[in-house]
Design a protein around this ligand. Structure first.
Ligand code: SF4
Length: 214
């Protein structure tokens, strides 16, 4: 559905305020290469970015490339990533993903949604994180629980399904802001619009936000 002009105007104002409020908003996962970001994002499922950042230095030192990650034993990898939760499944995904990178992409991370999506453990959200933050390619908007919650509260969408939330956001937000908007919403979700007890009274967006479901 095409968004109304009023909703477009309101979204533009919300974006402007969020940019002013969070000028430092950026990807919270630590990485220096596309492969490191891909690994960190797979590990971040059901885990905080802070916890992932504690684990990845040792992992990146032990497995500096896709070849070494594909070759590490399941047991050793599970021990390194244990504290991120779901470590057995994550270790399987990481090893399998690395093996595909070696077999099909010369050990490099591909730069398309289609190729990323075929890798083990990589869904649309992970692919969007990597494309937007490692390659500067805006294919879509990363929708995690924070982005979904804030988008609904602000009346940008009514959908619960992350794919439908993303679809609503890409219609409302200029392409050059697709990567940034999720960092802005996550920052605002941490500071003001928490899952429980959002601080609407002091919120920078209170005049623009319908506070749906709050
Ligand atoms: S006004 Fe309340 S619901 Fe709306 S963004 Fe701010 S904290 Fe969240």
């Amino acid at each position: 559905m095409t968004p109304s002009p009023a909703l477009r105007r309101r979204t533009t104002q919300i974006l402007a305020i969020l940019k002013r409020t969070y000028p430092e908003a950026h990807c919270a996962l630590h990485f220096t290469t596309p492969l490191e970001l891909l690994i960190a994002t797979i590990l971040s499922a059901q885990c905080t970015d802070e916890r992932v950042n504690q684990v990845t230095p040792a992992l990146f030192a032990r497995c500096p490339d896709a070849t070494s990650l594909a070759a590490i034993s399941q047991n050793e990898l599970e021990k390194i990533i244990h504290s991120t939760g779901f470590y057995r499944a994550k270790a399987r995904s990481l090893r399998s993903c690395a093996a595909s990178l070696v077999a099909n992409h010369q050990g490099k991370v591909p730069r398309t949604m289609e190729a990323l999506h075929k890798l083990a453990g990589v869904g649309r959200k992970t692919a969007n994180v990597v494309l937007g933050n490692a390659f500067g390619l805006a294919e879509g908007v990363v929708v995690d629980t924070h982005v979904g919650r804030l988008s609904r509260r602000m009346g940008l969408t009514r959908h619960l399904d992350p794919v439908k939330v993303e679809s609503a956001l890409v219609r409302l937000i200029p392409k050059e802001d697709w990567t940034l908007v999720s960092h802005l919403l996550i920052a605002h979700g941490r500071k003001r619009c928490m899952a429980r007890n959002p601080n609407c009274a002091q919120c920078e967006l209170k005049k623009l936000c319908p506070q749906r479901g709050v």
